[in-house]
Write a protein that binds this ligand. Structure first.
Ligand code: ZN
Length: 386
């Protein structure tokens, strides 16, 4: 059975979905104004591994990725190119799906452009205002966080710590950490008409609308980068609970560590952004997968060409072992295979699983028997194509 670390309760728990055989997963997706960098690629590779493991465990998965096309960076790029925001965002959504294809990420079945859900966002904001939990201040609409039960529980912050944040400050805002739901500014060059006047449905509201319209009242796993924990996931969870009148509509919150590039956070100004497609085109997706899985998903990793190439011996051993796959599996090999899958089922400990895989390959190369079926199972869960 899979045990998964829930970053809300800070506990590793037995994974039991709401429905018997189906696992619903929501992954925070990209903002559509650029290609997929290696940090984004890690997120989708980790959840692809999780889905492949769930399939191995007999579950079906329903995986939703929201793609943010309502965002200042998208609007800025559109203006620079004298295009509509949707022309830019549709172009990058095709690129994103193409990048996932290159990465052999096959587990996502729902891709949502958030701009297709603006009417739902409007209805939901109106619902929160009727509940007296959202308020209008100078045309902007905010979530009144002082009225949200257990606000701060996601990011483990006290009221005092929350009060130190200054988020989307505008006139007459009640508390500086209140969450913006609707921005009435027309300065971005793009806006939507609504019952609140012209404006833009703001970031955290987008996930809530996409989740409710796709999954309804609950889903099993929310995934994304660790840096999204506050304010993004804190706000989304608060809104989702209020809108579904449920105390616990998401079973597991999971967060993936950062990918640094040569010791620093990736940024265009530092010139150290690594694009996933460049790595795949140069080194292949198999090597990238082994590299990403060589560290536990909780940890931050530092991407360097050297650390990527350090996985080459394992990949070569894997290729060599595949040519020696047999029609049966020796008893001691069965134990190793069990350990391999047990490691993955232990909060997706891919680091340990790859250490065991290295052992399995060495044994096969030295003449032990590994059945072709078992070999295929291992490669299938890792998404390795031979
Ligand atoms: Zn999100």
């Amino acid at each position: 059975m899979l045990k998964l670390f829930d970053s809300f309760s800070l506990k590793k728990k037995d994974f039991v979905p709401f429905q018997k055989n189906l696992v619903k997963i929501f992954i925070c997706g990209p903002t559509l104004y650029d290609y997929t960098h290696i940090g984004h690629a890690r997120i989708f590779l980790i959840y692809d591994l999780l889905c492949r493991l769930l399939h191995e465990n007999g579950y079906a998965t329903d995986v939703l990725v929201n793609m943010t096309d309502i965002n200042q960076n998208v609007f800025k790029k559109a203006k620079e190119n004298s295009e509509d925001y949707s022309t830019i965002s549709r172009f990058y959504s095709y690129q994103f799906i193409n990048d996932l294809h290159l990465l052999n990420v096959t587990s996502i079945n729902r891709f949502a452009h958030v701009s297709d859900f603006v009417t739902n966002m409007e209805e939901q904001i109106s619902n929160l205002m009727k509940q007296n939990i959202a308020y209008s201040a100078n045309g902007n609409i905010y979530l009144d966080t002082s009225k949200v039960k257990d606000y701060g529980a996601m990011s483990k912050q006290s009221k005092e710590q929350l009060n130190l944040h200054r988020l989307d400050i505008g006139p007459h805002k009640k508390s500086q950490d209140d969450i913006m739901l609707w921005n009435c500014s027309e300065d971005f060059g793009f806006y939507w008409d609504s019952q609140f006047g012209k404006g833009i449905p703001w970031w955290h509201m987008q996930d809530s609308a996409v989740a409710i319209e796709n999954f309804g009242r609950n889903y099993d796993i929310h995934g994304g980068a660790r840096e999204l924990s506050y304010p993004h996931h804190e706000a989304h969870f608060a809104q989702y609970k209020l809108l579904t009148a449920s105390d616990n509509p998401v079973k597991f919150w999971t967060h993936v560590g950062l990918v640094l590039s040569n010791g620093e956070k990736m940024s265009k100004s530092l010139g150290n952004v690594v694009w996933a497609r460049d790595v795949v085109n140069r080194y292949g997706q198999n090597l990238l997968r082994l590299y990403i899985f060589s560290a536990h998903y909780h940890k931050d990793i530092d991407f360097t060409e050297r650390s990527l190439l350090a996985m080459k011996p394992l990949l070569e051993k894997l290729y060599l072992s595949s040519s020696k796959a047999s029609d049966r599996t020796d008893k001691e090999m069965t134990v190793l295979i069990e350990n391999f899958f047990n490691s993955l089922n232990d909060d997706l400990n891919s680091q340990k699983a790859l250490e065991i895989l290295d052992k399995i390959c060495s044994y096969v190369i030295n003449g032990n028997n590994l059945g072709a079926d078992d070999f295929v199972r291992i490669c299938r869960v890792l998404g390795i194509k031979l």
